[in-house]
Design a binder for this molecule. Structure first.
Ligand SMILES: Cc1ncc(COP(=O)(O)O)c(C=O)c1O
Length: 413
């Protein structure tokens, strides 16, 4: 467990609904927000807010400084340079930006190959599939061949191709599998390596330099901060040459009817008024996590996951997806034989106060794989998903397990 007691920072957790204390196990969708982060953000809005990078008055310069301080802290966090940190609206926007910019810059052409996997979130799947149809590059997929949706590094080795781009999640939002990015980089030393860090970064500090990552995308709402704000790290060698995705204010240098020249990095990729409060709030969330210590965060989540997997092992007629070793982190997808995941999620909420997610988790290609690998005949293209974060405890998992056992009794399975 965490050495600091942080539960009082999350007032939602002391609410009761229909007599039950809320057990929030849906952090992979979005995390709760700590009161200290909200208080600081509220103070910023009340006392410092103005538009950034434009005016010379005091509020504008305070606001600009706080925004740029956030960029600096994210650059330190990732071991990158400040001009390599671009603020976007989230992971989805970041990945779309990269794909579109690569195509516009003719860095991704007909006959080029993009390698991705069947475990990706749609955010790292649909843009590749869709834009390959429009622009003629080819997409190849690594299929998860190990236990219930688990990717094997050997399957990347077997791919006898030379991809221009390797676009991969660092942490599956369905199976909870952590992917060994270092090994992937070693297999494809010359490819443009794009990492979807939406689930990874909330749990783990990543050094983009030592891992030689070219682009890393993540969303702040999954790491205690506001929604609608995300970070795109890009190696400056690429960002310098890539065509911007959005055109307009702030991203320009000189504009005339003849032509347009672009602003320096990172502003070239930040057209329009940014999500100022979101960026400042992102920094408060990062500081909150840094104060706890990222190593502690990861250990806490891994301890909870291990505990949950052990508990699930002893329940009959329940299938847990993903790996069952230390590469399984923070996210636990499961099904109960014969009961639809939406029914399970609804009953857990209604009768036990437990909030989990159910559905396809924006990963339909993976659902199809799970369906073919599943031992449960009625498996319905979706799963129940419990996901843990810093405010969860062993007791939360006990309540989840108790709820599942009771639901099984009611359905007699
Ligand atoms: C692995 C993964 N990638 C991408 C996304 C998309 O993130 P956002 O909706 O914040 O853009 C998610 C969100 O659930 C995710 O889990």
């Amino acid at each position: 467990m965490l050495s600091k007691n942080i539960l009082s920072d999350f007032p939602a957790l002391s609410r009761t609904i229909k007599g039950n204390r809320i057990v929030y196990l849906d952090s992979a969708a979005s995390t709760l927000k700590p009161k200290p982060v909200i208080d600081k953000l509220s103070k910023f809005y009340l006392e410092n807010y103005a538009n950034v990078h434009r005016a010379v008055h005091t509020l504008a310069s305070e606001s600009t400084q706080m925004l740029e301080f956030s960029r600096k802290n994210f650059a330190n966090f990732l071991n990158s340079s400040e001009h390599e940190i671009i603020f976007t609206s989230g992971t989805t926007m970041s990945i779309n930006l990269i794909v579109e910019s690569l195509v516009r810059s003719k860095m991704l052409n007909e006959n080029d190959i993009v390698l991705t996997t069947l475990v990706e979130h749609h955010a790292n799947f649909v843009p590749w599939v869709r834009l390959s149809k429009l622009h003629g590059f080819r997409v190849e997929f690594v299929e998860p061949s190990l236990r219930f949706g688990t990717l094997a590094i050997d399957d990347f080795l077997k791919k006898d191709i030379n991809p221009k781009v390797v676009a991969i999640t660092g942490h599956s939002n369905v199976t909870g599998q952590l992917i060994d990015i270092e090994k992937i980089r070693n297999i494809f030393p010359n490819s443009i390596l794009i990492v979807d860090g939406a689930q990874l970064i909330p749990h783990q500090r990543i050094d983009v330099k030592s891992l030689d990552i070219d682009f890393l995308c993540f969303s702040v709402h999954k790491m205690l901060g506001p929604s609608g704000i995300g970070v795109l790290y890009g190696k400056s060698q690429y960002l310098e040459t890539l065509e911007p995705f959005l055109y307009g204010g702030e991203m320009i240098d000189k504009v005339s009817v003849e032509d347009v020249t672009f602003n320096v990095l990172p502003y070239k990729f930040e057209a329009g008024t940014p999500n100022i409060g979101g960026i400042v709030g992102a920094n408060y969330a990062l500081e909150y996590l840094n104060n706890i210590g990222y190593d502690e965060v990861k250990k806490h989540i891994l301890d909870l996951t291990k505990y949950a997997i052990e508990k699930f092992r002893n329940i009959e007629n329940v299938e847990v997806y993903g790996p069952l070793d230390e590469s399984h982190c923070g996210i636990l997808s499961f099904n109960i034989n014969g009961i639809h995941p939406h029914d399970v999620a609804h009953l857990l909420d209604e009768k036990f106060g437990v909030a989990i997610r159910s559905g396809h988790h924006c990963a339909q290609p993976l659902m199809n794989v799970l369906k073919s690998q599943s031992r449960l005949s009625q498996f319905p293209n979706s799963t129940c998903r419990a996901s843990f974060y810093i405010y969860n405890t062993y007791e939360d998992i006990n309540i989840l397990i108790e709820g599942i056992k009771r639901i099984k009794e009611w359905f007699d399975v």
